[in-house]
Design a protein around this ligand. Structure first.
Ligand code: FDA
Length: 300
């Protein structure tokens, strides 16, 4: 019930555009690393100091105007410049719809090409985050086109999709982030039961660890993390073949613990004014995250 409620709110375009005007509110400041590049770079430096690398997401979605997509592209180019200039350990995560996928495929492709090209000159990796099922195929198509020219690109495999295994095999030579999946998807395309999703998630992670290039295991689920730790040990998988990833602000103690244990660890650092949809999806995933909101509201 609560999941559906917050998922509905995440897709409300009126609330999304209203939220942009008011800065970080409703507890979002604990899971969003500021509204501008300077604040994001400061957070990245702090995480780097603990041996944690970062993937930076200049938040944005619901982009239906070319000017907005162009502005998003310019901002991401600035982030790439800032990563290089500050010499921080970070790469880029972006959403194709933010760069105009819902407006025109080729317009989006050109925006992405500019970003990937600039990142490539600085040897910075660019991850295409995966969104809902309707954007899955065109997002893979964009990746296919750009990977003919560049090798600093990769993407995400969402374990709730029935076709996830097939996509994993097809993209095994890419650096891949494997996740459970964050959107509400129809029954004909995706597992609905948490147990089925977890089972497929583990299966995909194990397969890519054994057969793939580099695996980012993105989860806050300690049971899955412990399973992976045992699996890599049993199968002699070297630590430079994988990393754990978590979102900024979540399970900070566990993030530090894993980094201190010598595992590669990468924190997903979202920043910017367009925080609303991201924040609502986090509440939909785990309504207990409302605790974060309560703390922010009462600890003023
Ligand atoms: P899940 O929410 O299933 O929780 C499982 C268990 O873990 C809980 O029962 C609890 O015991 C423990 N737990 C979880 N969160 C906790 C917390 N905050 N504190 C204490 N215990 C906690 N999705 C997508 O569709 N496309 C994408 O591109 C991405 N990208 C992405 C990047 C990164 C770095 C992450 C971490 C996640 C994504 N996701 C994503 C989101 C992903 O698909 C998924 O929705 C969330 O990670 C939630 O699932 P989890 O596996 O984290 O645990």
């Amino acid at each position: 019930m609560l999941k559906d409620f917050f998922m509905g709110l995440s897709q409300n375009q009126f609330l999304n555009s209203t939220a942009k005007k008011y800065g970080l509110k409703m507890g979002a400041q604990s899971v969003v690393a500021g509204t501008n590049i300077e604040e994001a770079i400061k957070s990245i430096k702090e995480l780097n100091a603990h041996g944690i690398s970062c993937t930076v997401d200049n938040l944005g979605e619901f982009v239906f105007k070319k000017e907005e997509a162009t502005a998003a592209k310019e901002q991401i180019l600035e982030v790439i410049e800032a990563i290089h200039k500050n010499n921080v350990d970070a790469h880029i995560s972006l959403k194709p719809t933010q760069l105009g996928l819902d407006i025109d495929y080729y317009f989006c492709l050109e925006n992405l090409r500019e970003i990937v090209d600039k990142a490539n000159t600085y040897d910075i990796f660019v991850n295409f985050d995966m969104e809902d099922y309707g954007h899955l195929k065109p997002s893979f198509d964009l990746l296919d086109e750009l990977s003919m020219e560049y090798n600093n690109v990769g993407t995400v495999i969402q374990a709730y999709f029935f076709e996830a295994g097939e996509n994993l095999e097809k993209y095994k030579n890419y650096r891949l982030r494997i996740v459970k999946g964050a959107y509400k998807e129809p029954e004909q395309y995706a597992y609905q039961d948490k147990k089925d999703i977890d089972k497929n998630f583990i299966k995909l992670i194990e397969w890519h660890l054994l057969n793939g290039k580099f695996t980012s295991i993105a989860t806050h689920d300690h049971r899955i993390i412990n399973h992976v730790k045992d699996f890599v040990k049993k199968n002699d998988i070297p630590k430079d073949k994988f990393e754990f990833q978590m979102l900024y602000g979540f399970r900070k103690d566990l993030q530090l613990k894993l980094a201190n244990e010598g595992y590669n660890f990468c924190t997903y650092v979202p920043f910017g004014n367009d925080w609303y949809g991201y924040f609502m999806r986090r509440l939909a995933e785990r309504p207990q995250n409302l605790n974060l909101v309560a703390k922010q509201v009462f600890n003023k």
